[in-house]
Write a protein that binds this ligand. Sequence first.
Ligand code: SF4
Length: 556
Amino acid sequence: MDRVDLLAHFPPGFTPRPEQARLLASLADAIAEALDDPTAPRVFVVEAPPGIGKSHIAMALARWSGDAYLLTSQKLLQDQYEREFGADLQLVKGRDNYLCERYPEARVPTSRGMCRRPRGPLCQCPYARAKAAALAGPIFCTNTSYFATLRHWRADQLRKRRLLIIDEAHNLEAQLVSVFTVAFPPELTKAWFGGPLPRLDAAEAYRALMREHLERLDGQLEALTRALEVMRPSGVPPETFLSIPPSRAEQELMVERESLETALARVRFFVDAEDREWVVRYPPEPGATLELVPLTVASTARELLGESADFVVLSSAYLGHRSALAECFGLEEAAVRSLASDSPFPLAQRRIDYRPVGALSKTSLARLEPALFTEVAAILDAHPHEKGLIHAPSYAAGRRLVADLAGRGPAFSRRLIWVESAQAKTRALDQHRAAATPTVLVSPSLREGVDLPDDFLRFQVVTKMPYPDLGDPWTAARRARDPRWYALETAKALVQAYGRSCRHADDHGLTYVLDRQFERFLAHYRALLPPWFLDAVRAAMRARYPEASSECEDSG
Ligand code: SF4
C-alpha cells in the first residue's frame, strides 16, 4: 500500500494538535487504501467538534493533493481561509464581488462592466483574473453555491481534480436545494408575465404553465438585448459611449437581462426534470415570491460528488450516520467512510445547564413566554459582567423577548444587541466585539458560522429546540418523506448552537437549555447525537435530576 503522509503537508507555521494528527493519519490510511483498491470508499466524512481546527486539516489535504477544489459554505468563511492561508490558495467569488476596472471612478460591478455592454471589449477583469488563477492553480477555493452553479451550467470549465473538500458540509443539501430553486419575485413576474403568477396546487401544474411561457421569455431576453443596444444615442460612436460608465437605466436593464438569463436556465432545468419531485413555496401574503423547490438533491449531489474529483472529503462538526448522508446525496453507503474525533476539551469548559421552563412548541409558546422571558432575565442577572448570546425561537419571538427584557430596566436594554435579519449579522457581531460592556446578542440565526471565542461569549441560551420550521412547505414535505431526516436536522442544529460555547483549548462557555422538548428529543433520538455532545448532556441531566442519575447511567 502506498504511504500517504498528510502531516508533511500541514500548513507551514502551524503545529498539528493531537486530534488533528489523529484525523490526518486516519484519512491518510483511507486514501492509501482507496489508491490501492478501486472498490474502497472514496467519500470521506470528517466530523470534529468546533475548535479542533478543521480548516487546517482541509488545507493539509488540499496541499497534499496539489489539485483540489476547496468549498466553504459562506463568504465569511472563505475570507477566513484567505486570511489564514492566502498564499496557498486561489480564491474566487461571484462576479458581483468585483468591480469593473474600466470605470475606476464609478464602482460598477463586473456583472455590469464594459464587456457586458453591447459591443463591449474582450477584456480581463479582476473577476476573470481571479477565476483564471483559481482554475489554473493547485487549490481552487470558493463557496459551495458558486461552485455548484458553475458545475451544473458550465461543467466544461471545471475539470475533474484529485480532491474535492466541502467544509461545513451539513449545509450542502440546503445549498444545493437553493441553487436549483426557481424563484419568481413579484417585481420580476410583473415584467416577465405581466402580473403575479396564479396559485396552483402542484408543481406539475406550474411545469405546464412554464412550458407555455418559455418561448415567449426567450423572446423577451432578445428584446432586452436589443433595448440595451439602442441605449446609445444615434451619432455617438460606440467607443465614446463605452467610455462613459453605464447610466442607471442601462444598469437596470443589464440586471434585468441577467436575472432573466439566470431564471431561464433554472426554469429549463425545472421543466426538464419531470422525474424529480418539486415543492411549491408560495406564501399567502400578496406580493409574495413564488418558488419551485426540488424536494431532494440526491441526483445532483451524486453528480457533483462523483464527477468533480477522485476523492471527496465532507467536513463538519457533525453530519449524522453515514447511511443517512449517503441516502441524502444519492450515494451507496459502502462508498462512504466516516472518520470522527472526540472533543479534546474538558466538560467543565463546555457545560450545559438544563433549566426547562416547559415544552415549547408553536401552540405552547404564547403561554410559556412569560416564564421563558423571566428565566432569560435571571440568566442575564447571573452573568452581569460577561458577554453572551441568546438563540431566540424566531424573529417574532426574539422581538418580544427583547421588548420584555428592555421593559425590565435599562440594565437589560443597554446590554442587548438585537439582530433583526440575517443581513444585519456582520454589523451586529462587529458591534458586540467592539463594545467594552457585557453585551448580549439576541438572534434566531447565529447558531452557526459565528466565531465568538473567549470573552466574546461566556454564556449562551438555547431558548427553544431548533426544530426546522414546519410552516415551510419544503421542510414539511421533506419531513413527510423521511421523518428521520427531520430529527437529524434538529440534532445538527443543536450541535451547531452548542458549538459556539468553547472555541479552543483555553476557552470556556456555558450553554443554558430552557426547552423541555430537549428531554423528549433525547428520549427518542439520543442515537442521532455525537458522543462528545452526549457527555455534556449526561452531566447536565445528573445535575438537574440528581436522584435519577443512577437510572440515567444505567440507561446510557
Ligand atoms: S472584463 Fe474588463 S470590461 Fe469586463 S467587467 Fe472586467 S474589467 Fe470591466
